[in-house]
Design a protein around this ligand. Structure first.
Ligand SMILES: [Zn+2]
Length: 259
């Protein structure tokens, strides 16, 4: 049985267990999937409570909860199945997040992002099989979000589902939550010697014959930003000891026409 201690959680947490919290089948989690409720935390809790067969492991409260913004509720033993993730129910831990009814355009609050990061890390520390990677298929392992593999997909039978919210929350997931998950100990140092060029996928990783789609040039870049960019077909140069190379590469890049 695993009920979390919320000591160290940035906005606190508590156990608010559903009737089936320890009667569902046992699971061995390898995946974390983030969700949005499309509504209030307390409304979702009662919905889970009254509609047998549907539940999530956690709910993170949001702006409409006022001073409780960011507070985490644990609803289920994480060693037991929560039925929010379709065919991944037997391997996924599900985290719901509160919103004002339209999570496609309403971002996660700063408090919710803090709590999501904390909870993701806490779960990895308890379940090492979750692994710090982006989940890219049905069985994980790693961190994903509900509609990440499409809708319908093995994670949802619902056509057109955008959970946890496209575009806004999905962008936050990719820009904030995933990089934090991939490099948890990074205190966001700026890498002054790393130079990142975003290129098309045919670009040569040796740094030659660059065909720029969109020249995103970063001289000062955090490890979290690097982790995000490296998922998008990016060439990275280490300029340590050769600071003049930065200007030289930019000059060359200007000469190459965009396709
Ligand atoms: Zn969902």
């Amino acid at each position: 049985m695993t009920l979390l201690s919320f000591a160290g959680s940035p906005h606190g947490g508590s156990h608010k267990l559903l009737p089936e919290w320890r009667s569902q089948p046992r699971i061995s989690p390898v995946l974390i999937l983030d969700h949005s409720i499309v509504g209030s935390a307390i409304g979702a809790w009662w919905y889970f409570h009254d509609s047998t067969g549907i539940e999530a492991h956690f709910i993170i409260r949001g702006r409409r909860s006022g001073s409780r913004d960011g507070h985490i509720w644990q609803l289920m033993d994480t060693d037991r199945q929560a039925d929010a993730n379709f065919r991944a129910n037997d391997k996924a831990i599900s985290i719901e997040t509160e919103d004002d009814g339209d999570p496609n355009v309403q971002p996660w609050t700063a408090a919710q992002l803090d709590s999501l990061k904390w909870l993701h890390s806490k779960l990895v520390s308890i379940y090492p099989r979750i692994r710090r990677r982006e989940a890219t298929d049905c069985d994980g392992p790693g961190l994903g979000y509900h509609s990440k593999l499409g809708a319908p997909s093995c994670w949802t039978p619902v056509v057109g589902k955008t959970c946890p919210g496209k575009p806004v929350r999905v962008q936050q997931w990719r820009r904030v939550l995933l990089p934090a998950f991939l490099s948890p100990l990074s205190p966001e140092p700026k890498e002054t010697d790393m130079f990142v060029l975003r290129c098309d996928q045919t670009a040569n990783s040796e740094g030659r014959a660059l065909r720029l789609v969109n020249a995103q040039r970063h001289r000062q870049i955090s490890n979290a930003e690097r982790a995000e960019l490296l998922h998008e077909g990016v060439v990275e140069y280490n300029l340590t000891g050769h600071p003049g190379l930065y200007d030289k590469v930019l000059e060359l890049a200007e000469e190459i026409p965009s396709p």
